[in-house]
Ligand binder design. Structure first.
Ligand code: GLA
Ligand code: ZN
Length: 675
């Protein structure tokens, strides 16, 4: 299905979530004055305002929002107006307790937080449609309105509900998906453990069972829960399209794989007018800027390559991780501009003014408790002017060198349990392959396994366990047509119903890779194996090994010890005009990067640019020109070679030959159009 036509914003956005209901109205005047001082162009308003907009059932108070939007408009600040449907009021739940979601264990959640929603509840759906309609009617043509922001972060904190309404809804969904009970029995493999059904009425969501639940049932339930949330998004979106024609509608995604893995963003990306994303640094000791780059690349890919917008990130620390370090001086701007480099049309934050009360009072904001006499505020003002200096980059697109094949549904299937080891995690493999590509200074697009890959000389498949036959054929065509493919272990194993493809594994990829796998042999924690490679080189691997039996594939690295000693560990298969590599064990990022240096020769990619580690160079280009973004994450000044003379936009200086990027800084060079 072609993506929905993207509606660009008129300019780069700078601003954040604005929750003025937490403050007396006198504070709003100071807010707008300071927003101007900081160069704020847009704020998200009303995300959690339902209880104020409708204090009693059917009784509305829009006066405060009228005054607020007019005030923002007078001060030239545009508005991303939210539908508050992530936070129904207390009275709603007293009237409709059945709208509170139920866990797989049968526990009903209570009111007192946010996001407690059963997406099948007819009362919830009706109430959400009603408040959305009223907002659309009242503000659909407001001059301050730039964007509709539906709901908030679908998929968190509740990604599925197991109540009786959802059970009935699930039955309708599986009936539509499978047609007949016999087809469902076949697809779910209910012959196993005597689960055969004779009517749809007998089927429940995968609630708590004494032993392992049927994995195909669990997989369909995840699809159902995702589709149900999307149905509710689409219903709000369509109301807004009708009442507010021409104004783009979005909902904020969380594409970072470690932050939300319950939503299939390939499907969601097709439904929004503008892809927007929330990104927070996960401070678990890994390189946060690599995770940021990956989330930004994934967001752009979900947008089909079109510009997107970072709708939330943080000026400094968050408050919901076990430990929440502050950002170092300069880090906020570096994070923001790294998103812009990868296609974001600006940078927005959660939130404008730091709260005094509630669960997020220690979450950083643009305007901290300490006010304007703070480092954060000074950096915010500076960033506002930096983003203004990049105005001309709006609408340009980030150029990618390679593709990473990613499928949320495959990741769901890998989480179903009953697999060879709990130590394998598809997100870990995606992170590792991404990091290796990042360290090779390649810019990456993500792609669905059935998407056309022909424009990429190199495509990488990190642990795509669930792979349809169509995806297998797609990858085969890609290689035959001259592509270079790298596949990680536990890929191409099962079909869309989690059934192992007929014959030896990996059924969907046997031909492409020119091999079969006779047996998986995962390693116990702390155990490693040695691999012997070309020219006497050795690598160490862990977690996963397997008995690979080559057919047309040639062995490049061999297991030197362990149960699979003597079997190929890394292979290369020539097929048609292309090459398919297979990596049957878990390599670390350094060894993967080394492998990619070999592979890029097959792909005809030039040798990596002469850049230091942790210096990113990304290009955005379009009709207006080509922009080279250089982001220096290191503590030393870096030199970036330039192919052509240009103008650095943040310092407004001409540059020739090479660009110096000071330690921790970002530079953006306008190059001649054909550079
Ligand atoms: C999410 C939410 C915001 C806020 C931030 C805090 O992104 O959308 O409302 O809770 O997290 O980091
Ligand atoms: Zn429910």
């Amino acid at each position: 299905m072609p993506p929905h036509p993207r509606t660009p914003l008129p300019r780069l956005a700078f601003g954040g979530d604005y929750n003025p209901e937490q403050w007396p109205e006198e504070v709003w005047r100071e807010d707008v004055r300071l927003m101007r001082e900081a160069g704020v162009t847009m704020v998200s308003v009303g995300v959690f305002s339902w209880a104020l907009l409708e204090p009693e059932p059917g009784v509305h108070d829009f006066g405060w929002l009228d005054r607020l939007l007019d005030l923002l408009h007078t001060h030239g600040v545009r508005v991303a107006l939210a539908t508050p449907t992530v936070a129904p009021p207390a009275w709603f739940y007293r009237a409709h307790p059945e709208a509170l979601p139920v866990t797989a264990d049968g526990v009903r959640y209570a009111f007192g937080s946010r996001g407690a929603i059963c997406h099948s509840s007819t009362a919830y759906r009706a109430a959400a449609a009603d408040i959305t309609t009223r907002l659309g009617e009242r503000y659909g043509a407001h001059p301050a309105l730039a964007l509709w922001h539906v709901h908030n972060e679908y998929g968190v904190p509740v990604s599925a509900c197991y109540c009786d309404s959802c059970a009935a809804h699930f039955r309708r969904w599986i009936e539509a998906a499978h047609g007949t009970v016999d087809a469902l029995n076949e697809a779910w493999g209910t012959a196993f453990w005597g689960q055969r059904y004779t009517s749809f009425e007998q089927i429940d969501p995968p609630r708590r069972t004494p032993g392992a639940v049927n994995p195909a049932q669990a997989l369909d339930h995840r699809r159902f829960a995702d589709a149900t949330m999307r149905e509710n998004f689409v219903s709000e979106r369509d109301i807004l399209h009708r009442l507010s024609p021409g104004v783009p509608v979005t909902t904020n995604f969380m594409t970072a794989l470690s932050q939300c893995d319950t939503v299939d963003y390939w499907a969601w990306g097709r439904e929004v007018d503008l892809v927007t994303n929330d990104h927070y640094l996960i401070t678990d000791g890994r390189r946060t800027h690599v995770n940021l780059a990956m989330a930004a690349d994934l967001t752009r890919s979900v947008a089909g390559g079109a510009p997107w917008l970072l709708l939330e990130h943080s000026t400094s620390g968050v408050n919901w991780q076990p430990r929440n370090p502050a950002k170092a001086p300069g880090e906020m701007a570096r994070n923001s501009l790294a998103h812009v480099a990868r296609g974001s049309e600006g940078a927005m934050f959660f939130q404008w003014r730091q709260s005094r009360r509630g669960a997020e009072k220690f979450h950083s904001a643009m305007l901290p408790h300490g006010g304007t006499a703070t480092r954060i505020w000074r950096e915010v003002v500076r960033l506002g002017s930096d983003i203004a200096a990049l105005a001309e980059t709006a609408g340009t697109r980030t150029e990618a060198d390679a593709a990473v094949v990613w499928d949320w549904q495959s990741a769901w299937a890998q989480g179903l349990g009953g697999h060879p080891t709990v130590d394998h995690d598809p997100v870990e493999r995606a992170d590792a392959f991404y990091e290796a590509l990042y360290d090779s200074h390649l810019t990456v697009d993500f792609a669905h396994p059935e998407a056309d890959l022909t424009r990429y000389p190199l495509a990488v498949v990190p642990a795509s366990y669930l792979m349809t036959e169509a995806a297998g054929r797609n990858l085969r065509r890609y290689v035959e047509g001259g592509g270079t493919l790298v596949v990680s272990y536990f890929s191409g194993i099962v079909d869309e119903h989690d059934a192992v493809h007929p014959g030896p594994v990996p059924g969907a990829l046997r031909d492409v890779l020119g091999l079969t796998v006779e047996e998986f042999s995962p390693l116990l924690p702390g155990r490693t194996v040695r691999l012997d490679g070309p020219g006497g080189a050795t690598w160490t691997a862990d977690v996963w090994t397997e008995a690979v039996v080559p057919d047309t594939a040639r062995t490049v690295w061999t297991y030197a010890d362990g149960l699979t000693a003597g079997h190929p560990a890394v292979t290369r298969n020539r097929l048609g005009a292309g090459t398919a590599w297979y990596v049957s064990t878990r390599l670390g990022a350094t060894d993967l990067a080394a492998l990619l240096r070999t592979v890029r020769a097959d792909a005809g990619l030039p040798a990596p640019a002469a850049l230091p580690r942790d210096v990113e160079v990304v290009r955005r280009s379009g009709d207006g020109g080509t922009y080279l973004f250089a982001v220096n994450h290191t503590g030393s000044d870096a030199t970036v070679p330039l192919d052509a003379p240009g103008t650095e936009l943040l310092t407004a200086t001409p540059v020739t030959g090479h660009l110096t990027v000071p330690a921790g800084a970002v530079r953006v060079v306008r190059l001649p159009p054909d550079a």
